[in-house]
Design a protein around this ligand. Structure first.
Ligand code: HEM
Length: 184
């Protein structure tokens, strides 16, 4: 099956139809997505500010990382699952949306950035664990990480505004004519 076929079958699935036809499911799933992503960003912020030497400088980096990362991964799993559930409801529109694609690219770049940390600063962790800030490579990873995650959040918001097919009515619009705007 090609990508277009896969996208069409996801969108036609019982799961997608069930979420689409419910007045409550999409907003509930999107709310869970927002709770998850705030936890992802919040916990990553704690780590990145520590690497940059801007917060929690008295605590060992490894102590903070072991406290925090389990929550990052749990929240990331919630965010990916809820994101996927929303994606299937309108898969072809999201798939073809430039902001959605850019968001996915930034997510992948965030993963590669974490890999860069493992291959650089992480290797000398025993040396700088108690230092107030990470070495230059670690600080660069932290700064890039913050930029990438903020980008993901901005793009996520943009997706919602650029995929809605129903225009917002002006105050003086004839409400009876609104029906014509709604998808049949
Ligand atoms: C931690 C990673 C992620 C972050 C930070 C993030 C961020 C966001 C943000 C800020 C929104 C807008 C929420 C709102 O305005 O109520 C959003 C919506 C959305 N996200 Fe994510 N997201 C992430 C992962 C994902 C993944 C992995 C997928 C797909 C598999 C996804 C799919 C969606 C969809 C479909 C929407 C709904 C857009 C709409 O309102 O129509 N997200 N995301």
């Amino acid at each position: 099956m090609d990508v277009a076929g896969l996208i069409a079958s996801l969108e036609a699935s019982g799961l997608a139809t069930g979420i689409r036809n419910s007045l409550y499911l999409f907003p509930l799933i999107e709310s869970a997505h927002v709770v998850g992503l705030t936890m992802v960003f919040g916990t990553i912020l704690i780590i990145d500010l520590r690497l940059l030497g801007l917060a929690s400088t008295q605590r060992r980096f490894t102590a903070i990382a072991s406290d925090v990362f389990k929550w990052t991964w749990l929240a990331f799993a919630v965010t990916v699952m809820t994101g996927a559930l929303m994606f299937v409801t309108n898969a072809s529109t999201y798939y073809n949306n430039a902001y959605f694609r850019a968001k996915m690219v930034l997510l992948v770049l965030s993963g590669l950035n974490m890999l860069a940390f493992e291959l650089t600063a992480r290797r000398s962790l025993h040396v700088w664990d108690r230092h107030a800030a990470a070495p230059a490579a670690g600080r660069a990873v932290a700064a890039l990480s913050l930029a990438l995650w903020i980008g993901v959040i901005f793009l996520g918001r943009w997706v919602g505004f650029t995929t809605s097919s129903v225009p917002v009515p002006a105050d003086d619009v004839d409400l009876e004519k609104l029906e014509d705007l709604l998808p049949k």
